[in-house]
Design a binder for this molecule. Structure first.
Ligand SMILES: NC(=O)c1ccc[n+]([C@@H]2O[C@H](COP(=O)([O-])OP(=O)(O)OC[C@H]3O[C@@H](n4cnc5c(N)ncnc54)[C@H](O)[C@@H]3O)[C@@H](O)[C@H]2O)c1
Length: 271
């Protein structure tokens, strides 16, 4: 295997990536890092307004970024997003399954439709996006990288998120299953399990927690402080602290890693 310099390992100029849920939050930071490394990136997100805004923000910086309206729970939308990426840029080399929802609800109150929605987006969406992308990678005879965004909740429950925790546990195991089956095609499948990351979704979650628990805002602040106090590195994560891990997994530097889940939580699970 030809030796590559560090610059070559992280050079994604000949690569095309799809980032689901790339309009805001962790996904937007991943779009930022992958496009900075030179990749052409397609944002596949259900949020059209923020998706178009994010696309413009990066295009204005000279990056190659496109947006396609996509609901990852709908396999037809997934197919359109993958076909769009191939039509636009000729290939699909990197898929980041980042779109996810985390509606705070006590287990006793989770309805069948809420359970289904969480599974359809977080687990089914991740599976069918991966399947569609892998088929195209194999068809083109190219290797590929699939990166799934799981959560520390796959290993440790936060509370009031039984459906979410089950979906993210599923994402971790599915990552290993797909890595086992698709290694022979040169497709690396890995996951990242973020800890508490400050994003629009996390802010909304705090608001839902207030509603679900009848807690006052000050009590929620205390819960937040207690959470942060448990983090050995001393702060909640910035979305870029996940995006740089995604960049590593998408790069040539991670070429011999597959089926792994990298926990990026500032050490929260250690405490
Ligand atoms: N923020 C955290 O603390 C945290 C911790 C662990 C894991 N995660 C995971 O990271 C990922 C991103 O989280 P975030 O905090 O940035 O969330 P966010 O809510 O801030 O952003 C999520 C993005 O996904 C999009 N999305 C939602 N449903 C979609 C659908 N059906 N189809 C396509 N796009 C859809 C949203 O429009 C949004 O742009 C999620 O999978 C989440 O479970 C987040």
């Amino acid at each position: 295997m030809a030796f590559k310099t560090i610059a070559q390992l992280f050079d994604l100029r000949n690569e095309t990536a799809i980032v689901s849920g790339g309009s805001v939050g962790i996904g937007k930071s991943i779009v930022d890092r992958l496009s900075e490394a030179g990749a052409a990136v397609v944002i596949a997100d259900i949020d059209i307004e923020h998706g178009e805004q994010t696309k413009k923000e990066f295009v204005d910086k000279g990056r190659k970024v496109e947006f396609i309206s996509t609901d990852v729970s709908n396999p037809d939308d997934i197919e359109k997003a993958v076909d769009f990426s191939i039509q636009k840029y000729g290939s699909l080399d990197i898929l980041v399954n980042n779109a996810g929802i985390f509606p705070i609800t006590p287990a006793l109150d989770i309805t069948e439709s809420a359970w289904k929605r969480v599974m359809d987006i977080n687990l089914k969406g991740t599976f069918f996006f991966s399947q569609k992308a892998a088929n195209k990678m194999i068809e083109k005879g190219k290797s590929g990288k699939i990166i799934n965004i799981a959560s520390i909740d796959a290993f440790h429950p936060t509370g009031n998120l039984a459906h979410y925790d089950a979906s993210k546990g599923g994402v971790v195991m599915m990552t290993r299953s797909l890595a086992l089956e698709w290694g022979k095609y040169g497709i690396n499948v890995n996951a990242i399990a973020p800890g508490g990351i400050l994003t629009p979704g996390a802010t909304q979650s705090s608001a839902e927690m207030i509603k679900a628990s009848a807690m006052k805002a000050e009590q929620i602040t205390e819960v937040g402080k207690a959470f942060t106090a448990r983090i050995p590195l001393g702060h909640q994560g910035d979305p870029d602290e996940i995006a740089t891990v995604a960049l590593f997994l998408a790069s040539g530097a991670a070429r011999y890693i597959t089926g792994e889940t990298i926990i990026a939580d500032g050490g929260y699970l250690l405490s």
